[in-house]
Design a protein around this ligand. Structure first.
Ligand code: FAD
Ligand code: NAG
Ligand code: NAG
Ligand code: NAG
Ligand code: NAG
Ligand code: NAG
Ligand code: NAG
Ligand code: NAG
Length: 564
């Protein structure tokens, strides 16, 4: 065994054999030389808490950053949902208690630190040659290849046990060109070109500096170019400004044949189509993308939060349901959970915004006088830029980080909101979902009023969507395999109320891990064409991920997913 490297810093070597490829150390050394020494052996994020002591300085750093998304996305082995660091089937992991990172029980015997489901090595990608070297290595050794950007993927697509990971985090270049012309084209548009490692916090600050608007997600540490963009990319601005994929002008991508290609509406149009919603980790490694920049927009915003009972939540949600179509026409986007609502609007002025939101404002003001309802907070505010709204919003609302999380979701079409009967149906279904899991989230982030002109690869149902609904359920570090399975089932059960009354459509990036009929749900009529393009650009399936285009459920790289 001494002449072999099993990847990673092996902390429990015998059990690590389960899913890991055995590759001679000379091969890894050769790869290290080809990538300028930037081959990083995987050390689980919490490893120092086991090897150096729970009170060691190194462990204190981990405890402090354990539920911090920037800390996690800064590190090679940190994932936002930690089940993708662990191996769910074998129970091997190296986790702390996210509810209380200072709880020493996870490091007490008999618990051990194991690389679990982590890649064995990460290449700190700095250029195209690094990617080519990785493709050659994977082809020759059969070691699975994954692309890891920020590690936000909800269903583990940026991780695989024993794999070689291309870590794109340090590709941070960003630039603005007022008259960007995609290669081979003639028309100029304002465009921002971002390296694959740029995260939304960086992109939004850049937009603020240049007084432009970029359409991006609700979380500051999600990548702007990686999985978010290639899977669709929704934003509270999407209603009027489109999805991420509607706005992309050009990708530069290393395809699995080792070619560095430009994909835009004039060159490699088929690849451009595939990357506009066909999913990350599937058609190549995107090195950079250029996206459309809009002039700066004033934002009208509404916040409402309260502590009330189910009756109050139902009433608030009934207002959201009854006004869904009008507000969609008025340009609103935003989010709601049971005790909070946040809406923004980039097209209305202050007066029109207040008028449009009147039904909700009136009810909110009534709640203030209701002694059964506590902490009612309602404001309408104007922000000079989207970025300034985001700073306030994102500081207030950080999603679950460092947890284990199961999700499920559905896209809700216009039709659902057109009759009193269908509106009651969706309201009942929402309340039933919420009874299954309090983490039931309404996202008003579909491109409902966006006038699309170009073909994109996401399910065409997106064009008719008004809401996206997500349910999620989490489990603790010491959950049994049955508890994990039950959590996935519970997220599915919660969404089933909504699934029963809506078409088969869901968002690739926020979905049930076990989404049935996923080809239809994620891509609708586009799937057949995407599959042909997968065969064209990646015939040997060097890239493969869970419920991605061309998915092969029997691939051993999926050995840490709980069987269906
Ligand atoms: C807290 C949180 C908030 C979120 N908010 C939103 C939101 O507002 N809107 C929204 O649409 N989604 C949102 N998402 C979902 C998000 O779009 C997905 O998690 C997405 O996969 C993140 O992409 P990433 O590159 O940051 O993450 P990673 O996990 O690093 O990568 C995701 C996938 O993309 C692939 N990939 C990454 N980089 C590249 C590349 N350069 N070339 C090719 N493939 C690549 C990976 O292999 C993997 O398959 C959110 C997720 C979380 C956890
Ligand atoms: C860590 O420090 C705490 C408080 O100082 C102490 O109670 C505990 O025993 C220490 N744990 C270990 C494993 O040394
Ligand atoms: C993440 O890395 C950036 C850039 O190196 C640094 O500015 C930031 O402080 C880091 N954040 C955390 C929480 O580690
Ligand atoms: C912007 O793009 C145009 C067209 O491709 C190019 O001629 C020009 O040099 C670019 N400007 C900058 C500042 O990069
Ligand atoms: C879409 O086009 C219609 C008709 O031209 C126009 O009235 C509307 O404002 C456009 N919507 C957006 C969001 O640009
Ligand atoms: C939505 O707008 C239409 C047309 O302006 C109006 O008749 C209707 O009452 C509005 N619906 C609600 C719930 O306010
Ligand atoms: C819930 O709150 C509403 C609004 O204050 C109140 O009318 C109702 O009686 C409450 N229901 C219960 C079960 O407490
Ligand atoms: C899991 O660990 C927590 C402490 O971190 C403990 O309170 C709980 O009882 C444990 N659960 C099981 C099933 O062992």
């Amino acid at each position: 065994m001494h002449s072999l490297i099993l990847g990673a810093l092996i902390i429990s070597p015998s059990s690590a054999l389960v899913a890991r490829q055995i590759v001679p150390s000379t091969d890894w050394n050769g790869l290290r030389d080809q990538v300028g020494g930037r081959l990083i052996p995987a050390v689980p994020l919490a490893a120092p808490c086991f090897s150096e002591g729970f009170n060691s300085t190194a462990c204190e750093v981990v405890k402090k950053g354990y539920v911090d998304e920037l800390f996690r996305s800064n590190s090679t082995t940190g994932y936002i949902q930690t089940q993708w660091e662990s191996c769910q089937t074998t129970g091997q992991q190296c986790l702390l208690n996210f509810l209380d990172p200072d709880d020493p029980s996870p490091v007490a015997a008999p618990h051990k630190c194991s690389p679990g489901g982590l890649p064995s090595y990460f290449i700190d990608v700095r250029g195209v040659d690094d990617v080519k070297a990785a493709y050659n290595f994977a082809r020759r050794t059969k070691v699975p290849l994954v692309i890891k950007n920020t590690g936000h993927d909800y269903i583990g697509r940026s991780s695989a046990p024993g794999s070689l990971a291309l870590w794109t985090h340090n590709l941070k270049d960003i630039s603005y060109n007022k008259s960007f012309v995609p290669e081979g084209c003639t028309d100029a548009k304002p465009g921002v070109t971002m390296g694959a490692g740029v995260q939304w916090s960086q992109a939004y600050s850049f937009a603020e500096t240049h007084q432009i608007t970029l359409v991006g997600g609700s979380d500051r540490s999600v990548g702007a170019v990686g999985g978010w963009l290639q899977g669709g990319g929704h934003s509270p601005l999407s209603n009027t400004m489109g999805l991420g994929v509607d706005r992309v002008l050009q990708f530069k991508v290393v395809t699995p044949d080792g070619e560095y290609r430009v994909a835009n509406s004039c060159e490699n149009q088929d690849l451009f189509f595939a990357l506009r919603g066909g999913g990350g980790g599937t058609f190549g490694v995107v090195m950079e993308a250029t996206v459309l920049a809009d002039p700066v927009k004033r934002i009208q915003a509404l916040f409402l939060s309260f502590k009330g009972n189910d009756t109050v939540t139902r009433h608030v949600w009934s207002i959201l349901v009854d006004n869904a179509l009008n507000w969609s026409q008025d340009g609103w986007g935003g989010y709601s959970i049971s005790d909070a609502v946040a809406f923004i609007n980039p097209v209305l002025d202050k007066e029109k915004a207040a008028k449009s939101m009147k039904p909700l404002l009136e009810y909110a003001n009534k709640l203030k006088g209701d002694h059964n309802v506590k902490d009612v907070n309602v404001v309408m505010m104007e922000f000079p830029t989207y970025n300034q709204w985001f700073d306030v919003f994102s500081r207030q609302n950080v999603a679950a980080v460092g947890t284990n999380l199961a999700q499920a979701s559905r896209l809700i079409p216009r039709e659902t909101f057109t009759t009193p009967t269908s509106r009651t149906q969706i309201l009942d279904a929402l309340m039933a979902a919420r009874a299954s899991t309090p983490r039931t989230l309404i996202l008003i982030t579909a491109p409902s009023s966006y006038n699309s002109t170009e073909r994109i690869a996401v399910n065409e149902a997106w064009r008719d969507t008004v809401w996206h609904i997500v349910t999620s359920v989490s489990w603790n570090w010491n959950a049994t395999i049955n508890e994990k399975r039950d959590s996935y089932k519970k997220a599915e059960e919660a969404i089933s109320h909504i699934r029963n009354i809506t078409p088969d459509a869901a968002y690739f990036n926020e979905c049930d891990t076990y989404e049935p009929n996923f080809e239809q749900s994620f891509w609708g009529n586009n799937y057949a064409e995407l599959l042909t393009l997968k065969q064209k650009y990646d015939p040997d399936h060097l890239l493969e991920c869970w419920r991605c285009v061309g998915y092969n459920p029997h691939n051993p790289r999926f050995s840490c997913y709980l069987p269906e």
